[in-house]
Design a protein around this ligand. Structure first.
Ligand code: GDP
Ligand code: MG
Length: 331
């Protein structure tokens, strides 16, 4: 009996110690999930990358470059923002892959604390309003982010546009930014902070993403192909990582020399038609070589080590229309 009582008391002391520890951390700290939504090409990926100060999400001039949800994590002294980059919400396309992208975009809205609705300061389109319509079903706070403010010479041009957006939706706040130039991003971060719940950090403060390096590698390769091939290759190509092998630093048994740690990556680029394969490879293999060089440089920066990259191009006919093929590629 007495022993029990003593145990109980000890436990109490321990738990109240932890409580007081956690509460000092919790008091002012805020953390939560933020979805970035908007039609393709308004600059969602650019915005996330610049908010993070790291390149995680691929960007290009072509719409629909982003096909997955990506968690980018930003942590400072008083908050942790976990960004979810969504593919644009599609309204017209019928292909299976687009339905899946749509699902990913909408499901991204269920587990978040705040939505950033991104629009282009210069181009208002019907799909902006359609996306807004989809948002009207949510009870979450929505912050309107008017991106590409650098393209507006006369700032007063923006006022009527802000007004009309404001009439169609009850925004929690409106923040004009230039994702590309980094204008007003600190203000956006503090606005975001106000809407996050008070709680301790969800991820380690050092962590910048919950995505695997394998996944990031495939996204980097995809971005380089899209950039190199302009409009000649449609967005519906995919990259599969076949090998991702780390070799630690080691001493060469024959020469006795030390070799740096290196990661070997083999990847296959799947396109839909033989013609696209020719384009991706380029004249005498020039294009694929350039894709390889740029992708490797980005990976070495992001992963902070030496990379050996080998690329293959294959035709997988009609894959973006075929459920089974999509499943085999992990969609
Ligand atoms: P997403 O499809 O919404 O993810 O758009 P991206 O981030 O891929 O950007 C689409 C294009 O818009 C790219 O060419 C970006 O460089 C460009 N862009 C993004 N933000 C800005 C900005 O603030 N100003 C300008 N001028 N261009 C931008
Ligand atoms: Mg994107």
């Amino acid at each position: 009996m007495i022993d029990n009582e003593r145990d109980l008391n000890n436990d109490d002391v321990i738990s109240s110690f932890f409580d007081s520890q956690t509460s000092t951390v919790c008091d002012d700290f805020r953390a939560g999930f933020v979805a970035i939504v908007g039609r393709p090409n308004v600059g969602k990926s650019t915005l996330m990358n610049h908010l993070l100060g790291q390149k995680l999400s691929i960007t290009s001039r072509k719409p629909q470059t982003t096909r997955h949800r990506i968690h980018g994590i930003f942590t400072d002294d008083d908050k942790q923002i976990v960004f979810v980059d969504t593919p644009g919400i599609h309204t017209k396309e019928v292909k299976v892959i687009n339905e899946r992208m749509n699902k990913a975009a909408i499901s991204a809205l269920t587990d978040v604390d705040l939505v950033l609705f991104v629009v282009d300061a210069l181009q208002w389109r019907e799909d902006d309003l359609l996306t807004l319509e989809k948002l009207s079903t949510t009870t979450l706070p929505v912050v309107l982010v008017i991106n590409k403010s650098d393209t507006i010479k006369d700032k007063s041009q923006m006022l009527p546009v802000i007004e009309s957006f404001n009439e169609s939706f009850d925004f929690a706040d409106i923040v004009p930014v230039s994702a590309l130039r980094g204008h007003n991003l600190d203000r956006l971060k503090s606005v975001i902070g106000q809407f996050l719940p008070k709680r301790p950090a969800i991820f380690d403060s050092e962590q910048i993403t919950d995505r695997s390096e394998r996944f990031l590698a495939s996204e980097i390769i995809r971005e380089k192909i899209m950039r190199q091939s302009g409009d000649e290759v449609p967005y519906d190509l995919t990259v599969q990582i076949d090998t991702f092998k780390d070799e630690p630093a080691h001493q060469d048994p024959e020469t006795g020399k030390w070799r740096k740690a290196v990661t070997f990556i083999d990847a296959t680029i799947f396109v839909e038609r033989a013609g696209q394969k020719t384009i991706v490879i380029g004249d005498k293999g020039k294009r694929i070589k350039q894709v390889g060089i740029e992708a490797r440089q980005d990976m070495e920066k992001l992963f902070d080590r030496k990379i050996m990259l080998t690329l293959w191009v294959k035709v997988k006919k009609g894959w973006s229309d075929d459920e089974r093929a999509l499943n085999s590629l992990g969609y």
